[in-house]
Design a protein around this ligand. Structure first.
Ligand code: AMP
Ligand code: MG
Length: 641
């Protein structure tokens, strides 16, 4: 829900609505005013409308007073002497909120009466224009996309004062608005529900009144934090020329840390988000001992031999507990999931008994606690339900729900910008002249990132020009937490990505000993980590899966993790020399790993043909058909373990 706060009362003191409109409905007052108030940039008739109210309600001497105009208006006293007001001077909310003004005073220093008369018709018109989209708090149920709420920024006077002292040039009203908005949006959902839970059907209420300490606490701006990534996070030890893939991954593990802020979300909105704190169980699963089967319950073990137990009247079912106690030696009908009643700790399957109207007969032995589930046998209350750093999957939602989670602290989604570089590139789908090719990397990389659960920013194609690349990187660093570029990452004359990042002093060329490879350019651009992938789509794909994916997961708040491969018999033969690892495009058919016919790194069809990669070690190997090789599905690279 979008919450829009207005800094004036939504209702008048008790009794006014009925006297004016014949009903207690404050929204009828809104309509009454909207029908009469005229409002242009130059002039409005608020004093005349107030006088009309005073005359309509009989006395002509109140409730409204104060006239900001030169001309006298019949029925609107200028001063409070001789003033008569049949209604309370203030709402209950104003009596509680020290420093608020009465809504009856229309003119003079600090008066708010005119704001109410002019503000309510605007809200009434917005309501009429966007009818079903707006709910007005606290008069209506908040089941619309937009909620109108009444705020009073002076509730957080202390927080405002200290923020203004910290920023002497700031405008106080702007600070007030900023703090209220921040405080409300930072409130955990359950606290916000408490704030919203007021009954003031006629007068309305100030949101947060009575909860000032909680609000002020949340209004504090974030304290100054060091940037999450160190400037040298991609630095390799001096003198390193070629690094084995495993070393590169260890370097990434040490250099990367979470970069996204955290927020609290109801569990229904937490799928694919990353937990920012351990989630402890609010309640045990199961919360009570219960029956694992449909059958009959009784107390204690039964020895070998035949047994007849009298049947106790009633039954226990899931959601319908049996509240009485079952006497020893008696049996009770019990269904799967039913809480074990007093006097029952053991259940026998209904298929294992014969029964008549009064008794059941069964054959022993039966072990005590047979066919029952212990309270907390799955998860105990206050025990760990899900660890920090875990990406929440559907099964995790089940566990969070059953252990009573309401909302969870998660990281904001990581946003990753993607750009392709090269003068030869035209957009996917665009006509390509001789010498041009359609950009394959961008759709591929955007797709991989989407599957990882990240937000993406498509920066487009950037020509081989330093100024253009520079502004593209500037934009990407502004809009995203991390950047993937492809192309131009080697050391050639058109390799502007590496040249530019080198000049900025932030670039590291990682010559990783893998095939397909090419150097991977890594650096920070305005604090945003840049992964400079090779232009060749096969190499870009493999580098993303193997190196960028685990690093991005870590930036997103996930614990460091690498994919778990499986050893499968090879359906191919291959010899390779020592010195570098190799990734072969592979798929599993009939339980064996097949590899793509050509290892040519330009063969995009092979990427699409494959479901995963076979990973060959740095050492020399000679693989014969049937030898075990390590196969990792594409999906495992994206999720890690
Ligand atoms: P580069 O790393 O820029 O030297 O590019 C290496 C090879 O990959 C060249 O043949 C490029 O044309 C090709 N290439 C670069 N970027 C892309 C892209 N986005 N889509 C398809 N091919 C590309
Ligand atoms: Mg290029």
């Amino acid at each position: 829900t979008l919450c829009i706060g207005f800094d004036f009362p939504f209702g008048y003191p008790a009794g006014f609505a009925r006297a004016l409109t014949g009903t207690n409905d404050p929204l009828a007052v809104w309509r009454w005013l909207a029908d009469r108030v005229t409002d242009t940039p130059k002039a409005n008739n608020r004093f005349d409308v107030a006088a009309e109210v005073n005359r309509a309600l009989g006395s002509g001497q109140g409730p409204f007073w104060g006239n900001g105009l030169k001309r006298d208006i019949a029925g609107l006293p200028r001063r409070k002497d001789g003033y008569r007001n049949p209604f309370p001077d203030m709402r209950r909310a104003e009596r509680q909120a020290k420093g608020t003004f009465t809504c009856w005073q229309l003119a003079g220093a600090g008066a708010v009466g005119s704001q109410v008369i002019m503000g309510l018709p605007v809200l009434a018109r917005l309501r009429q224009r966007f009818q079903s989209a707006i709910a007005v708090w606290p008069f209506e149920t908040l089941d619309c996309p937009v909620a109108f709420v009444e705020i009073w920024p002076s509730l957080m006077a202390n927080a405002v004062r200290s923020e203004c002292a910290r920023r002497p040039d700031a405008i106080k009203d702007a600070v007030q608005v900023e703090l209220v908005a921040r405080a409300l949006s930072n409130l955990p959902v359950e606290d916000l529900s408490k704030l919203l839970d007021v009954a003031a059907p006629e007068e309305g209420w100030i949101l947060g009144l009575g909860h000032e300490p909680q609000l002020s606490l949340r209004a504090k701006p974030k304290s100054l934090q060091p940037p999450p990534l160190r400037n040298d996070c991609f630095a390799l030890p001096a003198g390193v020329e070629w690094i084995p893939a495993a070393t590169a991954l260890t370097q990434l593990e040490q250099g990367m840390s979470p970069v996204t802020e955290v927020e609290r979300l109801p569990i229904g909105h937490a799928l694919n988000r990353v937990l920012a704190e351990d989630l402890l169980a609010n309640r045990s699963n199961p919360p009570h001992p219960n029956s694992a089967v449909d059958g009959y319950g009784f107390s204690g073990a039964l020895p070998p031999g035949d047994h007849v137990l009298p049947l106790h009247p009633g039954r226990a079912a899931a959601g319908v507990p049996y509240e009485g106690a079952v006497p020893p030696g008696h049996a009770l009908r019990i269904l799967t999931g039913a809480v074990l009643p007093d006097g029952i700790d053991t259940v026998v399957l209904e298929e294992d008994v014969s029964k008549d109207d009064t008794s059941i007969a069964l054959r022993g032995p039966v072990k005590q606690a047979a066919n029952t589930r212990r309270a907390g046998e799955d998860v105990v209350q206050a025990g760990m339900a899900l660890p920090k750093g875990r990406r929440i999957g559907p099964a995790d939602l089940a566990l969070a729900a059953v252990t009573g989670a309401v909302d969870v602290l998660v990281h904001r989604k990581l946003t990753v910008a993607v750009m392709s570089t090269g003068d030869e590139l035209v957009a996917p789908g665009a006509p390509a002249d001789r010498g041009q090719i359609n950009d394959a990397n961008r759709p591929m990389l955007l797709g991989l990132l989407a599957e990882m659960g990240f937000e993406t920013v498509d920066i487009g194609i950037v020509p081989d020009s330093r100024p253009e690349l520079q502004s593209a990187l500037d934009r990407a660093a502004k809009e995203a937490d991390a950047i993937l570029t492809s192309g131009g990452a080697s050391a050639g004359e058109e390799d502007h990505v590496s040249a530019l990042l080198n000049e900025a002093g932030a670039m590291q060329q990682w010559r990783i000993a893998v095939k397909p490879g090419r150097p991977l350019g890594l650096g920070l651009w305005n604090n945003a980590p840049v992964f400079g992938l090779p232009g060749n789509p096969v190499a870009a794909f493999v580098c993303t899966l193997v190196f960028a994916a685990p690093a991005l997961r870590r930036l997103a708040g996930q614990s460091w993790s690498l994919p778990e491969g499986v050893m499968v018999p090879a359906a191919f033969e291959k010899r390779k020399k020592a010195g570098r690892g190799e990734y072969l495009r592979a798929r599993i058919r009939d339980g064996r790993a097949e590899v793509f016919g050509s290892e040519g790194s330009g063969r995009i069809s092979g990427l699409s043909w494959a479901d995963g990669l076979v990973e060959l070690p740095d050492a020399a190997v000679e693989i014969k058909k049937g030898d075990l090789v390590r196969y990792v599905p594409y999906a495992s690279f994206l999720t890690g373990t």
